[in-house]
Design a protein around this ligand. Structure first.
Ligand code: NAD
Length: 490
């Protein structure tokens, strides 16, 4: 049966929303309706709408990128409904999510997006726009003002090109209208995602209008949050399975795991729904969020990156296969336990050994089929956040860093886009691929990549032990291949 509002009550094998979707106002505008948003925030909001019949908190989805046309075309004919398929070894569950009740596509109508954000019913603008959507220079901690899209928006381009361009345009209208600013809520995987959002947006606003910037600094809110739910890319097989197993015809379902976690700082300037009633950890102290973020990014995301590039070079297709291989299993466990765990602060009530065990179990879920090529996306936004900070801290502590360094060397080797049989392969998307691949190919040694100032700080480049380890690992990867090198260092 085709998924749409009229057919909802006839779907027998999936859980469906029973609340009156049409009568709920849009309290949240979410930019970047990809797999993760649809498996995470939209599910928490769906639970709230279902259990508490809230009337002000539906989500209006927004796509800013031309390629979001595909999402618009998938969701539109389905009345913005879609299915979340939760997969684990005991079996799958299908749940239709109803919390997104409209979808605006900026390339069609930028004004509609700005007007929706500026509307007084909108209390939160949330986003999952990937690390590169923030135009954040890791090294200087400043806004990349010279990026062409950012430079255009700073000069007042209409329609805007970047997330900050849209959000600023909407906030400036609210300022003029005497309304409160909305909360800007980042759900991207970044340490201190709220602080980065605040700093980049205020820097942007200062360029455009210091009065708006001052009003926003005074009255705005940018909560930090730690988000976690492994959400692979949907493949055609998932669409077919959903139809055959659950009788739902959905153009673009989402596949995810049973686990879900969201720790968010309780800092909202224009109200929020009671997220804590549906399992969200809403915490008063920003320090708590930061500790959870740190643990998650440095263990889960770092392990993903470590498995991704070395795993790709070793010929693996999925994460569960990689962690299930004895060599990689040992490598990842030792990296987490010996090189990362000692650096993490103790969080009251959290047993980090249990956390690591749970992670290994989640990575091993054979039903998720999380592709290595997805894990390899956007390395330039990931490694400097997930791996490099642990290396930098181990340099200071004089502690072990060989495995973290090997993960970095494997990324550098991967960036050449030439496999171990000498064949070219297509790198997973990264906005900096062209620049990085050119350097990786021309030089054939890791130092030139390491000297890219806005990705890597002087603390790494200047450390003799790290540079020696990196060079040795890189050469070993070239000479002996990834599997043998990982085996030796594991
Ligand atoms: P996806 O490819 O399904 O969706 C990405 C979305 O980001 C798209 O809607 C796209 O339009 C938007 N986007 C990308 N670049 C943008 C830009 N420059 N400006 C505005 N929008 C932009 O990916 P996903 O799996 O949904 O992941 C998105 C983000 O969610 C990740 O980068 C990560 O920060 C976070 N996240 C993902 C997972 C996961 O397991 N997939 C887990 C935790 C956190």
């Amino acid at each position: 049966l085709k998924l749409n509002a009229a057919n909802l009550s006839e779907l027998e094998h999936a859980t469906v929303p029973t609340y009156d979707r049409a009568s709920i106002k849009h309290g949240i505008v979410h930019v970047g309706v990809g797999g993760f948003h649809r498996a995470h925030l939209a599910c928490y909001v769906d639970s709230l709408l279902e259990q508490f019949k809230l009337k002000d908190w539906a989500i209006c989805g927004v796509g800013l990128q031309p390629f979001d046309a595909e999402m618009k075309n998938a969701l539109g004919p389905q009345d913005n409904l879609y299915t979340v398929i939760e997969r684990s070894a005991p079996g799958s569950k299908a749940r239709v999510i109803g919390s997104i009740t409209d979808y605006l596509f900026a390339p069609d109508n930028a004004e509609a997006v700005i007007a929706k954000m500026a509307h007084e019913d909108t209390h939160i603008v949330s986003m999952t726009i990937t690390e590169s959507g923030y135009f954040y220079n890791e090294n200087t901690h400043e806004l990349m003002t010279d990026h062409p899209d950012m430079a255009a928006d700073l000069a007042g381009a209409h329609p805007p090109r970047t997330f900050f361009g849209f959000v600023y345009a909407a906030l400036a209208r609210r300022y003029e209208a005497g309304l409160k600013p909305f909360t800007v809520l980042s759900c991207d995987n970044m340490q201190k995602n709220g602080h980065i959002t605040r700093d980049m947006l205020l820097a942007f606003a200062k360029h455009r209008d210091p009065d708006v910037a001052a009003w926003l600094a005074q009255n705005g809110a940018f909560p930090n949050s730690m988000v976690d739910r492994i959400t692979p890319r949907t493949v055609e097989e998932d669409v077919v399975n959903l139809r055959e197993e659950f009788g739902v015809e959905d153009a673009w379902p989402v596949v995810t795991e049973p686990f879900s976690q969201w720790v968010v700082e309780d800092k909202f300037c224009d109200g929020r729904p009671a997220f804590e009633k549906v399992g969200v950890q809403v915490v008063k102290d920003v320090k708590n969020v930061e500790e959870f973020e740190l643990m998650k990014l440095r263990l889960l995301n770092a392990s993903h990156s470590a498995m991704g590039y070395a795993g790709y070079l070793s010929g693996f297709q999925y994460i569960h296969e990689t962690i299930g291989h004895p060599v990689f299993g040992k490598f990842i466990k030792n990296m987490m336990n010996e090189e990362v765990k000692p650096l993490l602060p103790k969080i009251p009530g959290v047993d980090v050994d249990e956390y690591i065990k749970t992670l290994i179990g989640r990575f091993s879920n054979p039903t998720l089929k999380d592709e290595i090529t997805r894990i390899c996306l956007g390395g330039s936004g990931k490694l400097p956040q997930f791996i490099m900070p642990s290396i930098a801290e181990q340099i200071v502590a004089g502690g072990p860093l060989r495995r973290l360094t090997l993960a970095t060397a494997a990324w550098f080797r991967y960036l050449r886009g030439i496999d171990e049989q000498g064949r070219d392969f297509q790198l997973s998307f990264d906005p900096r691929n062209e620049e990085l691949q050119k350097i990786a190919r021309d030089e054939g040694n890791p130092m030139k990549l390491l000297s890219i100032g806005d990705l890597f700080g002087d603390d790494l480049r200047g450390d003799e032990r790290f540079v020696k380890e990196l060079t040795e690992s890189y050469n070993a990867l070239e000479r002996d291949g990834a599997m043998k090198t990982v085996e030796r260092i594991a």
